[in-house]
Design a protein around this ligand. Structure first.
Ligand SMILES: Nc1ncnc2c1ncn2[C@@H]1O[C@H](COP(=O)(O)OP(=O)(O)OP(=O)(O)O)[C@@H](O)[C@H]1O
Ligand SMILES: [Mg+2]
Length: 272
């Protein structure tokens, strides 16, 4: 079943396709101070067009998760300016849904209760949120598991539940930090193609961090290749492949060309 049509029932917010969803200028992030200081990120500038899908790849520890946490408003930069939909970005927002590598479901709560969490956090009307949660669970094939605890679900099912939770408040933007990282190759491919369809249906903005270059190309409008720590942008490649994309997209000559370009860069030593 497709994750698709979320417009059922409660009116979905109109996707914002104009201008930048996120604009970062001169961003750096340093953790700690003195001898203990770790320069994790930047300086970097990044504009993410509203409604676009941006994939980010880069070496382990280069600051990808740090970048995502900054955009999510879960942490603040050491320097630089961040805008979200034109307003100063200074904290979490219900307009942003996040999915991490580890599904982070609460083990003592049912799947439905887990999906409903944003309703408490953002004070959404309970009945409408519950209806929406149930529809999301139905769309992701989890309807019969609404009252189960997370340990009774497979890895792929738990990750679907995490997607449902991220979508509950109908966010304008989805931030995805290796959301398929813990899954087997088949489930990963299936879920990533579902995500692609979902994104296309909703017209929301998405930023995906992945270590899988093929996944990055298959899903993205752009692939950003980051340097080793402190993470900066080494290359920003537009992915001009037709949509909808499927498993056959990976056979197109242009796909192979982009993949070789990205791989070539990742495996070319950086000039210090
Ligand atoms: N809260 C923190 N306190 C101190 N250092 C941190 C903190 N969070 C991240 N770092 C450091 O910042 C650097 C970047 O970490 P980050 O998690 O952003 O990397 P990453 O690119 O997501 O790596 P991976 O691909 O392995 O997930 C690392 O050196 C890490 O040790
Ligand atoms: Mg990370």
């Amino acid at each position: 079943m497709s994750l698709g049509d979320l417009s059922v029932g409660q009116a979905a917010a109109q996707p914002n396709r104009a201008g930048s969803a996120v604009e970062l200028s001169g961003i750096t992030k340093v953790f700690g101070s003195g001898n203990e200081a770790v320069h994790a990120l930047g300086p970097l500038d990044l504009a993410v067009e509203a409604g676009s899908f941006v994939s980010v790849v880069g070496p382990s520890g280069c600051g990808k998760s740090t970048l995502l946490r900054l955009i999510a408003g879960l942490d603040s930069p050491s320097e630089g300016r961040m805008l979200r939909y034109g307003a100063i970005l200074d904290g979490p927002s219900r307009d942003v849904g996040i999915v991490f590598q580890d599904h982070v479901l609460f083990p003592w709560a049912t799947i439905l209760e887990n999906v409903m969490l944003p309703a408490d956090v953002f004070s959404l009307p309970k009945a409408a949120a519950r209806g929406r949660a149930l529809r999301l669970l139905e769309m992701t094939g989890l309807k019969d598991f609404a009252s189960h605890k997370p340990h009774m679900l497979s890895g792929g099912m738990k990750q679907r539940a995490a997607f449902c939770r991220a979508l509950l408040a109908d966010p304008q933007m989805l931030l995805l930090d290796e959301p398929f990282g813990a899954l087997d190759a088949l489930t990963r491919e299936e879920l990533s193609l579902e995500l692609s369809r979902l994104w296309q249906d909703l017209g929301r903005t998405a930023l995906l961090i992945t270590h899988d270059i093929e996944e990055a190309i298959l899903l993205g409008d752009r692939i950003i290749v980051m340097s080793k720590r402190p993470g900066r942008i080494r290359l920003d490649i537009p992915i001009d492949l037709p949509r909808p994309r499927d498993v056959n997209t990976a056979k197109l000559p242009r796909f192979v060309e982009i993949k070789q370009l990205a791989r070539g860069l990742i495996f070319t030593p950086e000039q210090d």
